[in-house]
Design a protein around this ligand. Structure first.
Ligand SMILES: Nc1ncnc2c1ncn2[C@@H]1O[C@H](COP(=O)(O)OP(=O)(O)OP(=O)(O)O)[C@@H](O)[C@H]1O
Length: 370
């Protein structure tokens, strides 16, 4: 188990990690998510004793990393797969790590098998592809058969087969009862790998909840409705009746209407009663990726000025609902699902700096299985 309490790191006047409190439990894959520069690597380095916190503490199994009796046997980490002596073979690299930590040499061949590098174990690592380097880094993390594993962006540079393999490996390690903490800036990746999510933005905690709760709290459903394009008055009439019936209606750039707050059969009945013909009435679900973008949109340091999503940081007029996205359709400024309506369903969501409230750790419900 990893426990951070009030963890803070400042570099000069730059606060990289800001008062983070969270727990990473065994038996689950915990995804550590945040935009570029949000403080994920800095947090991981502090967990591993490579950086000293400016304030707060972080412990592994109750002890700071540097106080662990035999850290390599208890904690394995992949931080930077390129941090390898290129003149050494993969086997020699792992052998030297094993010797440093008193790990038997036979374990090297075991981990080479696990990561699928046995056939190239005698090759110098400077000729390795990015994916082979990642596999070697993962082998090094597994060397001491540790109970706690940290992986910083482990699928970077991997092909689809490699990504699939890493995903399954993480799940297997967690199923064996290990603590698996994996950073990524890709929500789509984490949604498929992680059981639990810790989301940060500009070093601050934004969410600490299960993937299931995150989906329940952030996936928004909506209906897409289209009337005959040559009859704009039908579209206007439909907008009026749907709004009067309590729906929220937003025009889409291609002429369709996006409707929330009314079930599909009700939309159909209202259109029929108003004498409006429908050319489309379809259900849609806002994706988790879009929910993640909404959560972190005010915590992004670097944004392309040519990015059409830049529009989503524009403040909405008072009382206006943010428009909903259509998955897979590029529509400027239309990417963000609304926040969950019922605060009870958003358990674990932590107020972020964007709303001016102080962040606080999420309530935890599950017991430490160890
Ligand atoms: N040694 C350092 N000196 C000064 N600033 C640093 C140092 N290390 C990190 N930072 C700053 O701290 C912030 C957090 O960086 P960090 O690398 O932890 O983010 P990250 O979430 O891992 O980003 P990425 O997804 O891009 O890897 C950034 O603004 C970074 O520039």
């Amino acid at each position: 188990m990893i426990e951070a309490v009030g963890l803070t790191k400042r570099y000069g006047d730059r606060t990289a990690v800001d008062d983070l409190t969270f727990t990473v439990r065994p038996g689950a894959v915990t995804g550590f998510l945040g935009p570029n520069g949000s403080g994920k690597s800095t947090t991981m380095r502090m967990i591993l004793g490579l950086d000293n916190p400016t304030a707060g503490t972080v412990t592994i199994g109750g002890l700071p990393y540097r106080k662990l009796p035999n850290p390599a046997r208890q904690v394995g980490a992949l931080l930077d797969a390129r941090a390898v002596h290129g003149g050494r073979t993969a086997r020699d690299h792992l052998l030297s790590l094993a010797q440093l930590s008193g790990i038997p040499a036979r374990r090297v061949d075991e981990v080479l098998d696990v990561v699928g590098l046995r056939d190239v174990a005698g090759r110098r690592t400077k000729g390795f592809s990015l994916g082979m380097g990642q596999r070697l880094g993962i082998a090094a993390a597994l060397l001491g058969d540790p109970q706690v594993l940290l992986f910083d962006e482990p699928v970077n540079g991997l092909d689809p087969e490699g990504i699939y393999w890493v995903r399954n490996l993480m799940k297997e390690l967690a199923a064996e009862g290990r603590t698996v903490f994996v950073s990524s800036h890709l929500m789509s990746e984490m949604a498929q790998t992680a059981d639990h999510l810790i989301v940060i933005g500009r070093g601050r905690l934004l969410a600490d909840m299960s993937v299931r709760d995150f989906i329940a709290a952030n996936s928004a459903g909506f209906a897409r409705v289209r009337t005959p394009g040559s009859e704009p008055e039908q579209r206007e009439r439909l907008t009026t009746v749907l709004t009067e019936a309590g729906g929220q209606v937003l025009p889409e750039p291609d002429g369709a209407l996006r409707v929330t707050g009314l079930p599909l059969p009700r939309i159909s009945d209202l259109a029929h009663d108003a004498g409006v013909r429908l050319w489309e009435l379809s259900p849609h679900q806002a994706s988790l990726e879009e929910a993640y973008i909404r959560l972190t949109q005010h915590a992004v340091d670097h944004r392309s000025t040519a990015d059409p999503k830049a529009g989503l940081t524009e403040p909405l007029p008072p009382g206006a609902e943010p428009p909903l996205p259509v998955p897979g359709q590029g529509q400027p400024g239309w990417f963000v699902p609304p926040p969950p309506q019922d605060p009870a369903t958003a358990a674990g969501a932590v107020p972020g700096p964007q709303d001016g409230t102080a962040p606080s750790p999420a309530p935890t419900t599950s017991e430490d299985p160890r």
